[in-house]
Design a protein. Structure first.
Length: 278
């Protein structure tokens, strides 16, 4: 019985240490989530205005020669897979890998971002583009701009039929899911103009040539920012669940400890009484 008390005490000490760690990590991830969510919301107004202008212009163009609207006849696609570089974020990365595994074919190329994806796809059947493997996060805007320049030049040259971004779309801090988003070619969808199409100055092609790079950069950056928010939300949720589990386990261990200690005391009293009567 004393051995059982000692075993439970060691177990309580171990769980208490884990509880302190998960509590601290929960606090850190919650602060990061608030910070990145504020940045995402601050960028949302600007991004939505760019999207609105682009949608109006793109839906009104006729027979544009801009290469980003032209379908390519290449035999492969390019996929950008955006994962986290740190762990302890629940199923965040596995959900991304599930979508990527289903989409990327053997002859496709892929830009793998985040240490978790680099580790997961180190033996992938497709061709890895290693140029951007040092990507560390959405704060690295220079790297994101380099990726945008790379995909724009490659698509303009007709290297890829389509270029996709696999990222995590944010709905709220509890609901987010991986998405396969087609970056290029740009899609032209019809839009109601009430009989008054937009006036394009100086002309259609000049406006489109100026707008497309802005729209592409805005779209990619917004989705990278969204993924960062989802990662921090996933980590905050995971640490919160781990902390709650540790609390419940500590409560159960404390009850078990009290029972074991009471049993040990009862046994000692029984032995003393038995010894005095012999």
């Amino acid at each position: 019985m004393p051995q059982e008390v000692t075993r439970i005490k060691k177990r309580i000490k171990s769980v208490s240490s884990s509880y302190k760690i998960t509590s601290a990590m929960k606090l850190v991830s919650t602060v990061k989530l608030k910070r990145w969510k504020a940045k995402m919301l601050a960028n949302k107004d600007y991004a939505s205005k760019i999207d609105e202008i682009a949608e109006t212009v793109f839906s009104s163009i006729e027979n544009s020669k801009n290469p980003f609207f032209q379908e390519r006849k290449a035999d492969k696609n390019l996929y950008i897979v955006l994962s986290s570089s740190l762990g302890l974020c629940g199923a965040y990365n596995n959900n991304i890998f599930r979508v990527a595994d289903a989409k990327i074919k053997e002859n496709d190329d892929a830009i793998i971002l985040g240490n978790k994806a680099i580790s997961h796809y180190k033996d992938g059947a497709f061709n890895h583009i290693e140029t951007f493997k040092e990507y560390s996060g959405v704060a690295n805007e220079a790297m994101i701009n380099s990726i945008i320049d790379f995909i724009a030049k490659k698509y303009e040259k007709g290297v890829y039929q389509e270029i996709h971004l696999i990222y995590t779309s944010y709905k709220n801090s509890l609901v987010f899911h991986p998405v396969d988003y087609t970056l290029l070619p740009l899609k032209v969808e019809s839009k109601e103009t009430n009989g008054y199409p937009p006036i394009m100055e100086p002309n259609q092609e000049a406006l489109i040539d100026a707008l497309v790079p802005i729209y592409l950069k805005n779209s990619v950056y917004a989705k990278f920012l969204e993924s960062e928010v989802c990662e921090q939300a996933a980590r905050s949720n995971a640490m919160e669940n781990a902390t709650k589990n540790a609390e419940e386990l500590l409560e159960n261990l404390q009850i078990e400890f009290n029972k074991a200690r009471q049993g040990a005391i009862t046994q000692e009293i029984t032995e003393i009484v038995g010894a005095s009567q012999s």
